[in-house]
Write a protein that binds this ligand. Structure first.
Ligand SMILES: [Zn+2]
Length: 100
């Protein structure tokens, strides 16, 4: 979904900018600005990629790398049932492990 080349350009670009910010701004403002860039850039790229797809796939649950965390399934340790949510619907056990 995200163009790999664009991502690398953004990554190195933001790296260069953040290094520049370390020199321009006193600690911890440079660090905070650099962190903000590293958080905002991926979000920006993701939003742009979603817009390019016309919203398709964004609500299907499988949004690639970013969507994985939303679709976590668990496997019940008591009865091996696969389920979503906190408690196993088959046996009511809370003992579970994440299934990726
Ligand atoms: Zn169970």
């Amino acid at each position: 979904m995200i163009n790999y080349k664009t991502y690398l350009i953004f990554l190195f670009g933001s790296l260069a900018v953040s290094i520049g910010l370390q020199m321009l701004l006193p600690w911890p403002f440079g660090l905070m600005a650099a962190l903000a860039i590293f958080i905002v850039f991926p979000l920006f790229l993701r939003n742009r990629a979603l817009k390019r797809m016309g919203g398709m796939g964004s609500d299907s649950g499988g949004g690639g790398f970013f969507g994985q965390s939303q679709g976590v399934k668990y496997i019940c340790l008591a009865c091996n049932n696969r389920f979503k949510g906190g408690i196993c619907p088959r046996c009511g056990s809370k003992m579970k492990r994440a299934d990726f």
